[in-house]
Write a protein that binds this ligand. Structure first.
Ligand code: NDP
Length: 260
C-alpha cells in the first residue's frame, strides 16, 4: 500500500472535518513508510486546515508535505483557477477526493427552503463536477497512453435509497452517482480510475450542519445507535486508491451494522 501511494499528490475537498479530514490523515499515514506523499487540504475553514496540516507534520515529519488551501467548491472562479494558483511543484495531482458536501434541513419537498436547495446542489453536485473538470486535464496529460489518476467521489446511501424529508439531498447524491458512472465509462480507455464510495451513517459534523448548528438535535441522531466513524470510510478510500492500477473499486457501499 505504502509503495503504491508514495510520491503522489492527493487533493481532498472538505478536509477540515469528518470523512475528509480522516481521509487526508489516512493517506498521509499509509504512504509514510515508503517515503510519504503530498497532501493538498481544501475547505472553506482555512484556520482549521492549517491546524490539521501542523498536526500531520508534527506526527509524520518529512514523511508528509501538506498544503492547506482555502477553497469553496461552489465558487466557480476559485475552482477554475485552483490548479493554476498552486505552487508549481504541487500541480502534478494524482488523486482527487471529491468529499465536500452537506445536507441542510429535514423538510418535506413543498417546504424546503430555496437557499437550502441551492447550497446542496451547488456544493454536492456542481462543486464536485467543477472540481473534476478542473483536475481531470492534469490526469489526461500524464504519460503517453491516455493519462492516469484517481477520482474518488463520496456519494451516499441516500443516492440509492431516498428517504422522506431528504428529497433534495438524496437527489444530489443520485446525481453524483450518475455523473460518476458516466465519467467512468467516458474514461475507460485511459488509466484514470473513477471510484465512488457510498457511506451509510457516519458520526461527523454532518448532522450539526443539517440542523443549522443545533448540536442537541445532531446528538439525538446518533443516540442509541453505533454509527461508522470517519476512519471507517477513510480506510476504504485509501484502500481503493492503493490497489494495483488495473483494479477499480467502482462502488463501495459501507453501512454500520444497524443500518444495513
Ligand atoms: P462534515 O460536515 O463533517 O464535513 C463536511 C466537509 O465539507 C467539511 O470539511 C466542510 O468544510 C466541507 N464543505 C462544505 N461545504 C463546502 C464548500 N462549499 N466548499 C468546500 N468545502 C465544503 O460531514 P461529513 O464528513 O460527514 O461529510 C463528508 C461527505 O460525506 C459529504 O459529501 C457527505 O454528503 C458524505 N456523507 C456523509 C454521511 C454521514 O452520515 N456523515 C453519510 C453519507 C455520505 P468547510 O465548512 O470548512 O468548508
Amino acid at each position: 500500500t505504502a509503495k503504491r501511494l508514495a510520491g503522489k499528490t492527493v487533493v481532498v475537498t472538505g478536509a477540515s472535518s469528518g470523512i475528509g479530514r480522516s481521509t487526508a490523515a489516512e493517506f498521509a499515514r499509509a504512504a509514510a513508510p515508503a517515503g510519504g506523499l503530498r497532501l493538498i487540504l481544501t475547505a472553506r475553514r482555512i484556520d482549521t486546515l492549517k491546524e490539521i496540516a501542523e498536526e500531520l507534520t508534527k506526527e509524520l515529519g518529512d514523511k508528509v508535505k501538506v498544503l492547506p488551501v482555502q477553497l469553496d467548491v461552489s465558487d466557480r472562479e476559485a475552482v477554475r483557477s485552483f490548479v493554476g494558483n498552486l505552487p508549481e511543484e504541487w500541480r502534478d495531482i494524482d488523486v482527487l477526493v471529491n468529499n465536500a458536501g452537506l445536507v441542510k434541513g429535514v423538510a418535506r419537498a413543498p417546504e424546503i427552503a430555496e437557499e437550502d436547495i441551492d447550497v446542496m446542489f451547488a456544493t454536492n453536485v456542481t462543486g464536485l463536477v467543477h472540481m473534476t473538470q478542473a483536475i481531470l486535464p492534469v490526469f489526461l496529460k500524464r504519460g503517453s497512453d491516455g493519462g492516469a489518476g484517481d477520482i474518488i467521489n463520496i456519494g451516499s446511501i441516500a443516492g440509492l435509497d431516498p428517504y422522506p424529508g431528504g428529497s433534495i439531498y438524496c437527489a444530489t447524491k443520485a446525481a453524483v452517482r450518475s455523473f460518476t458512472e458516466s465519467l467512468r465509462k467516458e474514461l475507460i480507455n485511459t488509466r484514470v480510475r473513477v471510484i465512488e464510495i457510498d457511506p451509510g451513517q457516519v458520526e461527523t459534523e454532518f448532522s450539526v450542519v443539517r440542523f443549522y448548528g443545533d448540536k442537541s438535535k445532531a446528538d439525538a441522531v446518533y443516540a442509541g445507535v453505533n454509527p461508522l466513524t470517519p476512519e471507517d470510510i477513510a480506510e476504504v478510500v485509501v484502500f481503493a486508491a492503493s490497489r494495483p492500477e488495473n483494479v477499480v473499486i467502482a462502488n463501495s457501499l459501507i453501512f454500520p451494522q444497524h443500518q444495513g
